[in-house]
Design a protein around this ligand. Structure first.
Ligand code: PMV
Length: 384
C-alpha cells in the first residue's frame, strides 16, 4: 500500500524525487522481506555470567592473556532468535535485520554484521539466506549489567543450531555447547563461559585437563555442592553507561606496567581457587574472589589513561559488607565487573540472614534501591 502511494509521487526529478524513489525501493524491499517465507528459525535463552577469576587482557583473535572462571547466572539472560528466509536479491553480501526489544536497532546490526562477516567462512548459510535476529534481555538495558556475554552466547547457540539443522546434521549437546562457546568467544570473550551450567573455565590453565584458549569448558562436576546453589545479589550502584568499554579496557592492558605480574597472579589465584571450589572452602574462595575484583579495578586505575570505575556508593557498600562479615562471621563476599555494581556472593543456607542485611544496610546505596536477586543457574535452553 505504502509502496504504491510513493510510486505516484509527482516529483521524479530532483531531491524529493530521489527520496521518493529511495523510500519506494526501501519499503518494497521491506515489504518483500517481511512477507517472505521463513525457511527455518531457532531460538535460545542464554544467561550472563560473573567472573571469579577475571579475564582482562587479550591477544590475537579474542584469545585471553590468562585463564578465567565464572559462575553462570540464572535471572540475567538474553533471549535470541535467528530466522532464515530466501534472499530478496542476488547480492552476495549479508542480508540482515536486527531487532532489539522488537525495534529495529541499527547500532547493534552493525556489530552483528561484522561478527557474522568474521565467521562466515565457517557458516556458509549466512551469505545464502536473508537473516533476521530478534533479541531481548531479562534485565533492563540501562542497569549497568553487561549484556554481551548473554547476548553473544545466545546468538552463537542459534548459529550453531541453525547450521546443523540446515545441513540436516544432528549434533550432540556437548559438541553443540563447545562449538557455541568457541564462536561466542569471537563475539565477546566472556560469552564463551556462558554456555555451561553452574560454572565454566576459559583459557589454558596448568593442571586443568581439556582447558583451552579457544573455548570454555564446563566446571560444574568439579564443584562442591554448596556452590551449585550459590546466591548472587547484584547491587546496582549506578545504571549509567560504562565509562570504559571492555574492548578499550583489554587494549589498555597492552601498555599497563603491571600486566605481566597480573597475568601471573591470575594463574596463581586460579590454582588456589580450584581446590577451594572443590572442597567448599568459603573463606579461601571469598579472599581470592575479592582480590580479583580489587585487582581488576586497580588495573584500570593505573592504566594510561586511568579510570575510576567505582562510585562513592560502591565504596560505602564494600565498607558495610566487610563490617557485617566481621561482626556476623558469615561467609559473604563481593566481586565487581568493570563497573560500579556489586555482586554479593553467599551460600543459600545463610540467605535468611543476608537478605535482611542487604535490605536494611545496602539497598539505600543502590540507585532507586535496585537489586537483582540472582543466583547460580542451569545454563542455556532452547526456546520452543
Ligand atoms: O568479554 P568482554 O570482552 O566483555 O570482557 C569481560 C571482562 C570482565 O567482565 C571485566 C571480566 C570477565 O572475565 O568477565
Amino acid at each position: 500500500m505504502l509502496a504504491l502511494s510513493f510510486r505516484h509521487l509527482p516529483h521524479h526529478e530532483g531531491e524529493l524525487g530521489e527520496v521518493a524513489v529511495f523510500l519506494h525501493l526501501s519499503l518494497r524491499k521491506y515489504a518483500i522481506h517481511s512477507t517472505m517465507k521463513e525457511i527455518k528459525k531457532t531460538s535460545w535463552r542464554s544467561p550472563s555470567n560473573i567472573a571469579l577469576i577475571k579475564y582482562w587482557g587479550k591477544h590475537g583473535n579474542q584469545l585471553p592473556k590468562n585463564p578465567s572462571i565464572s559462575f553462570t547466572l540464572d535471572k540475567c539472560f538474553s533471549e535470541t532468535s535467528l530466522s532464515v528466509s530466501e534472499k530478496t536479491s542476488k547480492d552476495k553480501g549479508l542480508e540482515l535485520k536486527f531487532y532489539f526489544d522488537k525495534k529495529e536497532n541499527l547500532a547493534f546490526r552493525i556489530k552483528i554484521l561484522s561478527f557474522f562477516e568474521g565467521i562466515s567462512k565457517d557458516f556458509p548459510f549466512l551469505h545464502k539466506y536473508a537473516l533476521q535476529v530478534n533479541s531481548t534481555n531479562s534485565f533492563p538495558h540501562s542497569s549497568g549489567i553487561a549484556s554481551s556475554a548473554s547476548a553473544m552466547s545466545a546468538l552463537a547457540l542459534c548459529l550453531c543450531d541453525m547450521d546443523a539443522a540446515l545441513r540436516g546434521k544432528k549434533i550432540a549437546k556437548d559438541k553443540l555447547l563447545e562449538k557455541a562457546s568457541y564462536y561466542a568467544r569471537i563475539g565477546s570473550g566472556s560469552a564463551s563461559r556462558s554456555v555451561f551450567p553452574v560454572a565454566s573455565l576459559w583459557g589454558e590453565a596448568k593442571h586443568v585437563k581439556g582447558s583451552s584458549d579457544e573455548y570454555a569448558i564446563p566446571f560444574e562436576k568439579e564443584m562442591h555442592k554448596t556452590f551449585k546453589t550459590y546466591q548472587n545479589a547484584i547491587l546496582i550502584a549506578s545504571s549509567a553507561e560504562k565509562k570504559v568499554s571492555s574492548r578499550v579496557g583489554h587494549q589498555l592492558m597492552k601498555t599497563n606496567p603491571f600486566a605481566k605480574v597480573r597475568y601471573k597472579q591470575a594463574n596463581d589465584n586460579l590454582a588456589e581457587l580450584l581446590p577451594a571450589l572443590k572442597s567448599g572452602d568459603l573463606t579461601k574462595f571469598g579472599e581470592i574472589v575479592e582480590t580479583e575484583a580489587m585487582t581488576l579495578h586497580a588495573l584500570m586505575m593505573c592504566s594510561q589513561p586511568n579510570f575510576i570505575l567505582m562510585t562513592p556508593s560502591t565504596l560505602a557498600m564494600i565498607a558495610r559488607i566487610k563490617a557485617f562479615r566481621e561482626s556476623s562471621k558469615l561467609p559473604l563476599y563481593f566481586t565487581l565487573d568493570a563497573g560500579p555494581n556489586i555482586h554479593l556472593l553467599y551460600p543459600e543456607n545463610i540467605k535468611n540472614k543476608v537478605v535482611p542485611f542487604i535490605q536494611e544496610e545496602l539497598s539505600e546505596h543502590c540507585e532507586h534501591g535496585r537489586i537483582i536477586w540472582d543466583k547460580v543457574g542451569k545454563g542455556p535452553s532452547v526456546i520452543k
